[in-house]
Design a protein around this ligand. Structure first.
Ligand SMILES: *Cc1c(COP(=O)(O)O)cnc(C)c1O
Length: 473
């Protein structure tokens, strides 16, 4: 038999319509709809044509390819139509992992989103008066409860919410210091992951950075000497992701407050993580809280919603009501404001704080879980795996808070340490990432470490199955 030429091969390719009418694709069309299946069919057929053109197809190969078309179309459709953003198991023990979505939301937040965001809501409507309202009232009243009463003394404290803490800093600097100078210590010119740099945000805000002191030492007199008629603001930035140790000096917050009062300037603090919860109660000392800063007299505090607070991505500005009103009136506020999903998640999260129901906030629950409880879960999980190709051991380790809490803020934990004779630690980690859902682990000293502090207990079974399949090859 004469080998078929390319035109003959092309002629044997069925049309999209023929394929869509075939029984084999009926179930796929019922599930995903004909237009999407038609798209996937076109992609698959075009690949077949490309292969013929490239000379990589003979009659036999083409027959095989044509027989496998329904399966190839289904694979293509499933892949095109699956979500790229998906859930993973965080076994790193880093509670606020910026690459893994920072704070997971609690059930109450999800429920409130469902209640309000998939229907109409009173986002900007005063129901009793039948008039237009303000979207910030929904959370400001809760921040009032959590901060204002205790913190303010005679001061009135308000809170507004923007897209994230970077936006909060931008809005505050632009409102309070555009065209003027902001005094900051050289020891606090931080860069946070994802290229948030104080000097860059400063220049975008239209304010001029006035650096004082040195990297390791800044005195109150350095701030004092830098103040001139152009000064609009004193800024303190929490050193979120690094520590300066050794020969260091930084003025006490109360000295900065006194200086600001004396010179009639506002004092702002970018806290970064912004705990609304006293971390001292779970053994983490030295992490400043929003309440502490306000109590000590800071005029405006900025902090993230999805770090220690444990809510949705957002940036809060809490402080003196007069200053906060000015920020709300800035047209940038309109550009940086957050949507109803964020308000819903934030309101529900703050309600858990008001009720002192800290276990309802996943990051707070993870932080306060004891090493013993994590160890017991780790032993139970390791016990479900029949080790053959891998060996498992439960050992002491450290969980990391992350997300701009003090870098030394670690929590004692128990971790499952994995090793295999035939696989390197990196190879094990790669295989774990290929599980469904992907499992993200830490590699340390040639071992893969799984810290259950950041794994939800309902994910333990799925982790055990992935380990079992790794163990049995
Ligand atoms: C994390 C952090 C930011 C940025 O906050 P986002 O909410 O990620 O925008 C800014 N400043 C400090 C000190 C931080 O720790």
């Amino acid at each position: 038999m004469k080998a078929a030429g390319k035109p003959d091969l092309f002629r044997r390719i069925p049309s999209v319509d023929d394929l869509l009418r075939s029984e084999d694709l009926g179930h796929l069309i019922a599930e995903e709809g004909a237009p999407a299946v038609a798209d996937a069919t076109r992609s698959v057929l075009s690949r077949v044509r490309q292969e013929i053109t490239a000379g990589g197809m003979d009659s036999v190969k083409l027959d095989l390819a044509l027989q496998g078309l329904p399966q190839a179309i289904e694979r293509q459709a499933r892949q095109e139509l699956s979500c790229s953003l998906r859930s993973v198991i965080n076994a790193t023990g880093v509670i606020l992992h910026t690459n893994l979505g920072r704070a997971p939301l609690g059930a109450a937040a999800l429920h409130h989103i469902q209640e309000t965001a998939v229907r109409y809501s009173n986002l900007e409507f005063e129901v009793s008066a039948g008039e237009r309202g303000k979207r910030d009232v929904h959370v400001d009243r809760l921040f009032q409860k959590l901060l204002a009463r205790e913190a303010a003394g005679s001061r009135s404290v308000s809170t507004i919410v923007v897209n994230n803490n970077a936006a909060a800093v931008l809005l505050a600097l632009n409102t309070l210091a555009e065209g003027g100078e902001v005094v900051v210590s050289r020891g606090e010119l931080v860069e946070i992951g994802g290229s948030f740099r104080i000097p860059d945000v400063m220049s975008k805000s239209g304010a001029t950075l006035r650096e004082v002191g040195t990297t390791n030492r800044t005195r109150i007199s350095d701030y004092e000497d830098a103040i001139n008629e152009k000064t609009r603001l004193l800024l303190r930035v929490h050193r979120s992701n690094f520590e300066i140790t050794g020969f260091t000096e930084q003025p006490a917050l109360e000295d900065l407050v006194d200086l600001a009062r004396k010179r009639g300037l506002p004092l702002m603090e970018d806290l970064g993580s912004g705990a609304l919860f006293d971390l001292g109660t779970i053994g983490i000392r030295g992490e400043p809280s929003v309440l502490d800063s306000l109590r000590q007299g800071v005029d405006v505090v900025t902090y993230s919603g999805d770090k220690l607070l444990g809510g949705p991505q957002a940036g809060m500005l809490s402080g003196d009501t007069g200053l906060i009103q000015r920020m709300r009136a800035n047209s940038l506020f309109r550009a940086l404001r957050v949507d109803k999903l964020t308000y819903a998640a934030l309101e529900a999260t703050l309600l858990s704080y008001v009720k002192r129901d800290y276990d309802a906030v996943p990051v707070l629950r993870m932080m306060s879980t004891s090493k013993e409880d994590i160890g017991a879960r780790a032993m139970a999980l390791a016990g479900k795996v029949q080790p053959s190709r891998i060996s498992l051991e439960v050992v002491d380790g450290e969980s990391v808070i992350g997300g701009g809490a003090a870098p030394s803020a670690v929590l004692p934990t128990r971790v499952i340490a994995l090793t295999a004779k035939s696989l390197s630690a990196d190879e094990i980690a790669t295989r774990l990432r290929a599980s469904a859902p992907p499992i993200i682990a830490r590699v340390e000293d040639g071992r893969v470490l799984l810290d259950l502090r950041t794994v939800f207990p309902e994910q333990d079974d799925s982790l055990a199955k992935a380990l079992q399949s790794l163990a049995s090859g």
